[in-house]
Design a protein around this ligand. Structure first.
Ligand SMILES: Nc1ncnc2c1ncn2[C@@H]1O[C@H](COP(=O)(O)OP(=O)(O)OP(=O)(O)O)[C@@H](O)[C@H]1O
Length: 283
């Protein structure tokens, strides 16, 4: 699997009243074609800036950004921020008009994109009648019609209700299974559990790059099989925090349960991330 995106020594700085404010600092990052990467970090750590750099919407102050091929499209946090058409169909067409796609090619592309996100039955609906979740799906359809190879979701679920979040995640997962590269920016640790790889930023630098299992469990369960007893095991757990905890995030409920079991001396065969995995390992 070759790299679809490669950043080398990328720095981004904004100049304000108080002088130069570095946001990304000499960042190296390679994203492989077809990967699903969760990008996490505290508020202001530089996630959105990195997303915009990857999508080519923001020039870098230093360093290089290489894109193997294909488009990189962003889905923003606010569902209203990227809708321009009056109807669902028109909205997807609008992006294609900007790309000067021949008119005879448009219907096929719009129909296929709306079909992939499940919005074809709503093709004639006015966008003002859509829910927040449907608007995000429409934004995804717009990206797909533009033949995006890589999709960057920038906290795209944060304004949605639980059902719409789950739906957007499902659609993204289906697109990923079909070969697209996904960069999923989030503050929700439950969503990170779906990733293949987690990249964490702190003050514009990569401070963690590894599997979700390592992100949620490494360094945090020492003494789990210690037969001396729970209290001593608990002490060592408190001393050794996981990368997730060091960044200041609470791990997903599944991880909390698994770690509580390990602290009580229950040795688990695997490190579960999703409810079904916890169920399986406990059984
Ligand atoms: N256009 C801009 N001009 C000046 N400063 C900016 C600009 N865009 C971002 N910043 C600053 O860069 C820093 C990083 O912002 P960014 O939005 O990338 O962080 P983030 O990790 O996505 O945060 P959040 O989770 O709050 O969205 C912040 O301190 C922000 O104020």
């Amino acid at each position: 699997m070759g790299a679809i995106l490669r950043l080398a020594e990328v720095s981004v700085a904004f100049t304000g009243a108080e002088g130069i404010h570095p946001v990304l600092q000499e960042l190296d990052l390679e994203i492989a074609r077809g990967e699903w990467v969760s990008l996490v970090g505290r508020n202001g750590s530089g996630k959105s800036t990195l997303g915009r750099v990857l999508a080519g919407l923001l020039p870098v102050s230093r360093g290089t950004v290489e894109r193997a091929d294909g488009r990189v499209q962003l889905v923003f946090q606010n569902p209203d921020a990227q809708i321009v058409g009056e109807t669902v169909w028109e909205d997807v067409c609008f992006g294609l008009e900007n790309l000067a796609v021949p008119p005879e090619e448009m219907p096929k592309r719009v129909e296929s994109a709306l079909g992939l996100v499940g919005l074809l039955p709503k093709k004639d609906a006015e966008v003002t009648t859509l829910s927040g979740g449907q608007k995000q799906l429409l934004a995804v359809a717009g990206c797909l019609a533009m033949e995006a190879e890589t999709l960057v979701f920038d906290e795209a679920t944060s304004m949605l209700d639980p059902e719409s979040r789950a739906r957007l995640l499902q659609v993204a997962e289906a697109l990923h299974r079909a070969g697209r590269t996904v960069l999923w920016i989030t503050q929700w640790m439950d969503e990170v559990a779906h990733a293949e790889r987690v990249v964490a930023l702190e003050a514009g630098r990569v401070v963690f790059d590894g599997t979700p299992e390592a992100f949620f469990y490494d360094g945090g369960v020492e003494g789990a099989s210690d037969s001396v007893g729970a209290s001593r095991a608990e002490d060592s757990v408190l001393e050794k925090r996981t990368p997730c905890e060091v960044l200041g995030f609470a791990p997903p409920y599944v991880v909390q349960v698994a770690r509580a079991l390990e602290r009580r001396g229950v040795a688990l065969r695997t490190r579960p991330l999703l409810p079904a995995q916890l169920g399986a390992v406990v059984r």
